[in-house]
Write a protein that binds this ligand. Structure first.
Ligand code: IPD
Ligand code: CA
Ligand code: CA
Ligand code: CA
Length: 263
């Protein structure tokens, strides 16, 4: 199927899913813990993942779906058409704030990002990109990123960076926080990538993200010139959990080389 036809299909699918999520605000959520007491999942995370999988299997037979809640396919390679889906990115925000969460979706063909989507459900902002055709918010084209420097950058980072961890030396986290203009922590990797693409932040770094957190966002961010890698500088990992940095090219390698020294 032509990418533009798929794009129209996916936009309407995502809007429909957003509608289901907004309607759920009046019903009580069933909340469960996964790997630990703060790793939460709700009935809506599963319902929305199932909603996408049912439609994709019906309308795109032969395509595979890799979703966070595990209701899709088990993926060990990116051959053919693969949809990487996070039905609700920012579940903690969804539960506690009823805002600051997003649907995140990336469609890959033989490992190449073709279509990317991040839907900020509550604000009804849909970010999207078709490979090679720029990135958009609500069909308005986003400007390419412009040159900046670290002392003028806002970096998306969360508080775990200043807790003891196996990735970053404590003194380097402190130095990074001091050297940048400001830090922000939105609690949704997908939204942080959307904000990187719009220039609201200049870099986003995380010690551990999964393919579905970043799959849609890196396609969108790439279209405005952002670079996304793991902490070793390799392309972002779309098969396994890994470290992650996406940034304006003027600060990407500086952050990696001067602040992030893997132990
Ligand atoms: C989480 C969010 C959060 C990030 C976590 C992710 P989820 O996704 O993106 O911002 O820090 O690492 O797991 O579980 O809410 O879909
Ligand atoms: Ca989760
Ligand atoms: Ca997520
Ligand atoms: Ca999720």
């Amino acid at each position: 199927m032509d990418l533009h036809v798929m794009d129209l299909y996916i936009k309407s699918l995502i809007k429909e899913a957003g509608h289901i999520i907004r309607n759920s605000f009046v019903t009580e959520l069933i909340i469960e813990a996964k790997s630990d007491a703060n790793d939460l999942v709700t009935n809506m995370d599963k319902e929305i993942e199932q909603f996408f999988i049912t439609r994709i299997r019906r309308d795109f037979p032969g395509h595979r779906v890799f979703g966070e809640e595990g209701l899709g396919d088990v993926i060990e390679d990116l051959e053919g058409m693969v949809w990487l889906l996070d039905p609700i990115d920012g579940t903690m925000n969804f539960i506690h704030q009823k805002s600051n969460f997003a649907i995140s979706l990336g469609v890959y063909e033989d490992g190449v990002g073709k279509l990317g989507y991040i839907y900020d459900v509550v604000n009804d902002n849909l970010y999207h990109a078709v490979e090679g055709e720029g990135a958009y918010i609500n069909d308005e084209r986003l400007a390419p990123l412009t040159e900046t420097s670290l002392d003028k950058s806002i970096v998306g980072i969360n508080a775990t960076w200043v807790t003891p961890n196996r990735y970053i030396r404590h003194e380097d986290s402190i130095r990074l926080i001091r050297d940048v203009r400001g830090t922000r922590s939105y609690g949704s990797a997908a939204l942080e990538l959307a904000f990187l693409a719009t220039g609201r932040i200049d870099a986003y770094i995380s010690m551990r993200l999964s393919p579905w957190d970043i799959a849609g966002g890196i396609i969108i961010a790439r279209e405005v010139g952002a670079i996304a890698t793991n902490f070793s500088g390799e392309p972002a990992n779309l098969l396994k959990q890994d470290t992650f940095i996406a940034a304006n090219p003027s600060v990407h390698s500086k952050i990696l080389n001067e602040y992030i020294h893997l132990k």
